[in-house]
Design a protein around this ligand. Structure first.
Ligand SMILES: [Zn+2]
Ligand SMILES: [Zn+2]
Length: 199
């Protein structure tokens, strides 16, 4: 079983992030906010948001920002602490501004939507042991996932970024060695053997 190298946790989300580490980070942040003090009401936030029709970072109206990849979040705006929580910034309305999630997360790390999870597989048997296979882009411009070995069950996936979700659901992915141009045909790799990593 795969375990987190940081905390030994075994639960991973769709983007292959350790859930336990994620929860621990959220707890630390909440404790920090308590220490920093300050509160704001829902009304204060609402009126600030009403006065801010576009993201101050990228100037896009909130509805022009693509929806967040994680469907649990309904809005594209986030509450940004002008002085960051980690630097002692309070939760008072004066220290808050709406900022789109893309701009907010860019300051620390790449926005989720721009992160790419690459799939790979290391060949364990046969002539090319050690070769690294990657998702195979077929001539028709699609990637292929399947629950069976039969071609009639092949499903074509246009966006490479969707592949991890299919793998999560138990689909195999056709993969090939990108360094070997034509002479090896792609093989169907089962989800248990596929390694997911942020590119
Ligand atoms: Zn962890
Ligand atoms: Zn923005």
């Amino acid at each position: 079983m795969r375990t987190c190298t940081k905390c030994g946790g075994i639960r991973f989300n769709l983007l292959d992030r350790c859930m336990d580490c994620r929860n621990a980070r959220a707890r630390t942040r909440l404790e920090r906010m308590k220490v920093n003090g300050g509160t704001h009401s829902a009304m204060e936030w609402k009126s600030l948001l009403a006065k801010t029709p576009r993201c101050p970072g990228c100037d896009r109206p909130w509805n022009d920002v693509p929806p967040r990849p994680d469907g649990r979040y309904k809005h594209t705006w986030t509450k940004d602490h002008i002085i960051p929580v980690i630097k002692g910034g309070s939760d008072q309305i004066g220290n808050l501004r709406p900022l789109c999630y893309s701009c907010n997360f860019k300051r620390h790390t790449k926005p989720l939507a721009e992160r790419m999870i690459k799939l790979s597989y290391v060949v364990k048997r046969g002539q090319s042991v050690g070769a690294v296979l990657a998702s195979h882009l077929h001539e028709d411009g699609n990637f292929i996932v399947s629950l069976t070995r039969f071609e009639k069950d092949y499903i074509r996936v246009r966006n490479e970024s969707e592949l991890p979700t299919w793998v999560e659901k138990g689909y195999s992915v056709r993969m090939s060695n990108p360094k070997v141009k034509s002479h090896r045909s792609p093989s169907l790799i089962s989800p248990a053997s596929i390694v997911r990593a942020e590119a």
